[in-house]
Each structure stands twice: as C-alpha cells, then as structure tokens.
Design a protein around this ligand. Structure first.
Ligand SMILES: [Cu+2]
Length: 262
C-alpha cells in the first residue's frame, strides 16, 4: 500500500515538473578549508544552469549548521541582499559563519515557500551544502533531520570529475523510491563580493532538465562530467503538500563540489 502511495506521489511530482529548473543555492566558493575562516554564504533562488531568472526570496524559516552531530541555529546571522542576476535583480540572503574546528559542516536552509505564479503553486526547496576543514570526515553522510533531504553516499566536498555521485532521498527519514531528481550544473558561480553571477562556464542542455529517478531503495547515481558545483533537487518529496490553500512542492536540494583529477 505504501509503495502504491509513493508511486502516486512520484507521478504527481512528474506532472508538476516545470520546464526550467530552479534551484535554491546555499553557496560559498571554497568548500575545502585548511585554515580557520569566516565563510561567506549566499542564499539565492535562481536558475543557475542557464544563468537565468532569479526569484525573490522571503525571510527564511530556518538556517542552521550541523557539526559532529550538533545543530547550531544560524537564523540570526542572515542578512538581506540583492542578487544582480544576468536577467533580473532578486531578493536574496547572505551570512558570514566562522569555521574553526576540523571536520564536516552541513549547512541547511528552509526558505519561505515561494509563490510560482505561472504554475499557481508554492515551492519550498530545503537545501543542504557542505564544507570540510582539514580533510577530516566527521559525518557528511548523516541526515540532518529535515522533513525531506538528500543524504550523500559519496563525500560531497571532493567528487572527482568523471566519477559518479550517489545519494539517497529521504522523506521524514524514510527512503523515497521512484522520485524524480533534477540535476544542474552551477554554470556561473556567483561573485560573493559583487552579488552577481560570474562568467558562465557551461550552457543549458538541449531537451530541458537533466533527470534521474530514485530506485527501490530511494537511491540515485549520476556521472559527474565536469569540475564545479552540481545540484540535485527532488521535487515534491517532502511531507507538506499545501501552503495558504494552494499546492506546495516541498523539494530536497543538495549541492556537491567536483574537481578535476590533475
Ligand atoms: Cu523555474
């Protein structure tokens, strides 16, 4: 019965899938640190593969970091900024977070639901990104307890370009089979000083979004062809399905960083 319900939920996600893939960013340019640093983090809701339209963010509901299993609330560090996209300007957020100890830092953002007029639905992308200090792994493969999230099965801070990335999609802590996962390359990494996109290093693919589907265990794998930041978004995988009387797509987003093997 459960499988049937999940299959129905998955087909609903397919139907609601927009032509253009929008991705919530939690972005910092350097995810492998050797020395203590004040990390600049940028929260931007954007179409990063096409360096396209950016959306106004409302005040985020939650922003936190998990380090060695301990969660620290960072909501008070958020400051509003304007992101000067290639097509338009949009409200975004930034934070500066000190990183001192060695290990994995998992940043998580719960943005306010965003109203997408063209589809008459709300979208809320629960987003995780990762920073490591000192090359010491301390829990990057642990869930952080979001209503829906993608948990990496490869270390997300140093994927080799040409290898693969796998993740498992969870909703309320349980694997979600048969769910669509959209995949994007961050073509124009934001300039964190200017709050605008850098020079694009890739163009959108013909045929629309890149898509994988989770298997019976809720897992997916994608071959990473190129160094840089790759985003994965499971659409409508979260338990919340309604906001202010309208349909809500509560999505799980994860960002990983790939490097060329030199
Ligand atoms: Cu979009």
């Amino acid at each position: 019965m459960k499988t049937i319900l999940l299959a129905l939920a998955a087909s609903a996600a397919f139907a609601a899938s927009p032509a253009l893939a929008h991705f919530q960013l939690v972005y910092t340019p350097e995810v492998n640190l050797e020395k203590p640093a004040d990390l600049p983090l940028k929260m931007i809701f954007w179409h990063p593969m096409e360096n396209g339209h950016a959306m106004d963010m409302g005040e985020p509901e939650e922003f936190f970091v998990v380090f060695k299993g301990e969660r620290q609330d960072l909501t008070s560090t958020l400051e509003p900024i304007t992101f000067h996209g290639a097509e338009n300007e949009a409200k975004a957020y930034e934070a500066t977070v000190p990183v001192k100890r060695n290990g994995d830092y998992i940043f998580a953002l719960v943005p306010a639901p965003y109203y997408e007029q063209s589809e008459d639905i709300y979208i809320q992308q629960l987003t995780k990104s990762f920073v490591n200090k000192g090359g010491i792994p301390t829990g990057w493969n642990e869930p952080v307890g979001l209503p829906t999230e993608i948990v990496p099965l490869n270390k997300p801070t140093n994927i080799v370009a040409g290898s693969t990335f796998s993740g498992v999609l969870l909703s309320e802590g349980k694997p979600v089979p048969g769910a669509e996962v959209e995949i994007e390359y961050m073509a124009a990494e934001p300039d964190v000083d200017a709050d605008r996109p850098g020079e694009p290093t890739a163009s959108p693919m013909p045929g629309g979004a890149l898509v994988a589907v989770t298997d019976a265990d809720g897992e997916f794998t994608f071959g990473i062809p190129k160094a840089g930041f790759w985003g994965f978004a499971a659409l409508g995988s979260g338990p919340a399905t309604e906001h202010e009387g309208k349909e809500l797509s509560q999505d799980a987003v994860i960002w990983v960083r790939a490097y060329d093997l030199k």
